[in-house]
Design a protein around this ligand. Sequence first.
Ligand code: PMP
Length: 309
Amino acid sequence: MSFEDMDVDTIWMDGEFVDWEDAQIHVLTHGLHYGSGIFEGVRCYDTEEGPAIFRWEEHLDRFYESAKPYDMEIDYSREELTEATETLIREQDLESCYIRPIAFYGYDSLGVSPGDCPTRVAIACWPWGTYLGEDALENGVEVMVSSWRKHASSQIPTNAKTTGLYVNSMLAGEEARRNGFTEAIVLNKEGQVAEGPGENLFLVRDGELYTPGLAESILDGITRRSVIEVARDLGYTVHDDATISRGELNTADELFFTGTAAEVTPIRQVDNVEIGSGTRGPVTEEIQSAFFDVVERRTDEYEDWFSYV
Ligand code: PMP
């Protein structure tokens, strides 16, 4: 959905609330030319107790950690970023929304070295429904193994959520869509399964769960961590340090994606091979339903994962 159609009018930028149209940057901004920014994607759910931000503290941790490899100083405290976000949600009467904090090197000079470019920080919130479509949550998506490989963590820190990294995600996703698929799966430099362009991946085999380990050049997804915990609490064995070969995708009983945007989305087909019965599998369904019970607060468990606005 286009921003044009959304009822949002304010963005927090460098300590101030500004009108949506005034949240502008100079065309010679360092981050625009070299991808030298880091960001987060967070969901806030509509619950009986009002808007509840899912795992805000963990997203803040990752936000500050992502800045470290780039020697980027974020001049705003956790409290300031929290206050800004809660004000945006409250003042714009948002019930559920997506939250996008970003920090990037700004305008001063355009050497590759950021030199004296200031670190700019902004937060925007807007309504955002299901990422891969309502039908996707129920029936699963068809995905293509991308011909693009994920950058290795020896080439660029893949555990930092850096803006520049997402051209790889864009290439993989667009290639898949041009070929009639909904999303891509990206292999790492070694040719093992890494993740989706904006999702982590889980495989189900003989009733146990497998997900690529952090050394496979993946982002340490916060939904991934949450699903690992929920699945273990449901009694599943979860192998969170797996190496998964491309062929194992085809023979899996079930596959699903996790992510802030994608939540828990079943995968029903990889390339031209149906996965399991070619629809959402029973383990995926149980985990997905438990996940939505958690985020929509139909359970008292995992209460410490929520920040109420
Ligand atoms: N991998 C990549 C490359 C992503 O962009 C995302 C989305 N942030 C994820 C995995 C899932 O992470 P999370 O569950 O924290 O949203």
